[in-house]
Design a protein around this ligand. Structure first.
Ligand code: FAD
Length: 319
């Protein structure tokens, strides 16, 4: 057994646990989110160099300062831990709420100054110190003061139920700095882009598609959006209109559990990879259901996309 020192106290550490598991086991009041090394809510700092696997996707500065993700590190020695005080949360006001479908809320937040991010990034939204959830930005980075989110309603979902039923216009909510590498860059302008999303996995892909088209992307772009039922293919009218406006953009809505004249019958990733068996030179973006993301990363690679050209955000739940 080793010892973790945190805020002047010592805690036991059993081999094999993550630091987060060890501290939560001993009832330490620590913020955390996805527990899968994605949301970065459980960021801490240590007195020794953390291993690379506990610093994935951290900035150079954070890595240099021994910051690490507590949900990832399984140390083998005694460590002193320091909280990372500011995680760049700023307040934003709710300026609009509307339904995109029965169970998807479009939420627009307004900041005091332009909110800078890359198309496709996500932020952490804080309901309380204990309920912090990641949401992808669906709007484009146009130096405006607003950002838009698509939030799916979960039965008993702590954040989503609150966002649907209690959060009101004018309310203020803390928003983290933008995070994530599933992003569009103007360097890709003449490359082919394949985008696959399920459910609200459409949100970051919508940001990427809109940003690419607004920047005169000349390569081809094909977006596949999947849902069990056609009701879940929200924004399909707008996406079809976009494909009529831009000759290089194509949209395919896919429903897996019902027949529909308007949409393809089947899974979005199955359809995408059978339609594009050769992805050499393509950039592939996959967002939404974690299982779908995992399978698609593999298939994109097997279909010829290089590892560095496959970007993804798995919408893992906080369990
Ligand atoms: C990088 C990233 C980006 C994301 N982007 C988006 C986005 O753009 N839009 C979006 O809608 N979501 C997104 N998510 C998912 C989002 O962060 C939340 O996980 C999701 O909204 C559910 O949060 P909640 O608080 O409403 O539900 P939670 O309270 O977290 O619960 C989720 C569901 O799990 C059940 N549950 C909870 N705990 C347990 C348990 N122990 N055992 C069994 N069931 C349990 C609950 O009843 C509920 O049905 C993203 C996630 C990540 C990691």
């Amino acid at each position: 057994m080793s010892i973790l020192k945190y805020r002047e106290r010592e805690y036991s550490y059993h081999r094999g646990e993550t630091i987060l598991e060890a501290l939560l086991r001993q009832k330490v009041d620590l913020s955390y989110g996805c527990k899968q090394g994605i949301c970065q809510t459980c960021l801490l700092r240590s007195n020794i160099n953390p291993p690379d696997y506990a610093q994935i996707n951290l900035t150079k500065n954070q890595r240099f300062n021994n910051c690490f993700l507590a949900c990832q590190w399984r140390p083998e020695e005694d460590i002193s831990l320091v909280p990372v005080e500011s995680q760049g949360f700023v307040n934003a006001g709710v300026v609009s709420k509307s339904l995109l479908s029965q169970d998807v809320l479009r939420l627009t937040l307004e900041f005091h100054k332009p909110f800078e991010f890359h198309a496709g990034q996500f932020v952490n939204l804080k309901k309380s110190e204990k309920v912090i959830r990641s949401y992808s930005i669906a709007s484009t980075p146009n130096h405006s003061n607003t950002a838009e989110f698509h939030i799916r309603l979960f039965n008993n979902g702590q954040f989503s139920q609150w966002a649907f039923n209690e959060l009101a216009l004018g309310d203020v909510i803390p928003v983290s700095e933008p995070k994530g590498n599933c992003i569009y860059s103007s360097e890709y302008t003449d490359e082919s882009l394949l985008l696959i999303g399920t459910g609200t996995g459409l949100a970051p892909l919508l940001g990427i598609v809109t940003d690419a088209l607004e920047h005169g992307h000349s390569g081809r772009i094909h977006l596949f959006h999947g849902s069990h039922y056609s009701e879940g293919l929200y924004l399909n009218t707008e996406l079809n209109q976009l494909s009529e406006k831009y000759g290089n953009f194509c949209y395919t809505g896919c429903v897996s559990r019902e027949e529909s004249a308007a949409f393809f019958r089947g899974r979005a990733n199955d359809k995408a990879f059978s339609q594009y068996p050769d992805l050499k030179g393509w950039r592939v973006f996959v967002c939404g259901n974690p299982e779908m993301v995992k399978v698609s990363q593999k298939l994109a690679f097997l279909n010829g996309a290089s590892c560095g050209h496959i970007f993804s955000d798995a919408f893992v739940l906080n369990r």
